[in-house]
Design a protein around this ligand. Sequence first.
Ligand code: AGV
Ligand code: CA
Length: 316
Amino acid sequence: MTVSVTRRRVIFDHDGGIDDLLSLLLLLRMPNIDLVGVCITPADCYPDDALTSTLKILTLCGKNDIPVVVGNKTGPNPFPPDWRAQPRICHSLPAMLRVQETQSNHSGVPAHQFIRDILQHSDTPLTVLMTGPATNLMWALHDHPVLFDKVEEVVWMGGAIDVKGNVAMHDHDGSAEWNAYWDPAATAWLLASGLSVCLVPLDATNALPVNRDFLCELAACNTPVSDLAGQFWAATVTAIPTYEFTYFMWDILSTSILGLPTHAYERETGTLSASTSAPQAGRVYRDPQGGEVSWVASVQAQEARRFVLQHLCGEF
Ligand code: AGV
Ligand code: CA
């Protein structure tokens, strides 16, 4: 007897950071997910690096038929160049160098156009998982209201609601999270869009720092997948332990939400807006006049870590 599982069809829009790439690896290993396309937002990365790493991960996982596109839309507040360069290390690791990435699944179609085409041609609504700014989705749906019904849910790593943000810039008061700040207009649009939105804000991800205990547990798996993931994460530890520069499982938690049992986190619903001007650009705040969305308010850290360790262990 075969047990049939309905898999969730997902478009993944990421912005090439180390935890974005780890999230792609995790997503490809989640049995309930049917990944239909990958988009790269040129935000916390240099897009050529992000594309190379994305194609290599897909090839390593035997999923090199999944289409990959890069976005040509940008927000007004660029990420620091050092952060954008950091993920280059990922495609320079031996296991990533050894794999000759397939290129035929990459096309020059701009990401927003690609998302629009997929939604247009899909008979069933899709989930959009975004671990970078919301820019591509905003442009995809721009002037295409009929496509809203094709979006089942948007899960977005972004925002800081009841906690401080992680933007430290001269024209900012620190109240915003970076994905929300990169393109404040896209953030404001998403919250007001009326789509079914689930934010994964810093409120939840703060419970999941990438600490040495976690890295030790991952190392103990001692498998090709856990070793590659551990090497990716090792490239982030020079940031520990100052708060502003601690690396968290931001995108990893957002991805895990698509597979974690609902008792593992608390989901809150309310009305939120986003500021679009200095010194609070990208700040997400409770607003009675805001759009109704939900967000992950807290997470059972132990359960989330176990989920990640389980899925990032094994052979390719
Ligand atoms: O604000 C979190 C978002 C996530 O999507 N990114 C990193 C994750 O991919 C921006 C960011 C905040 N702090 C950072 C970031 C840091 N110390 N290094 C790199 N990126
Ligand atoms: Ca990201």
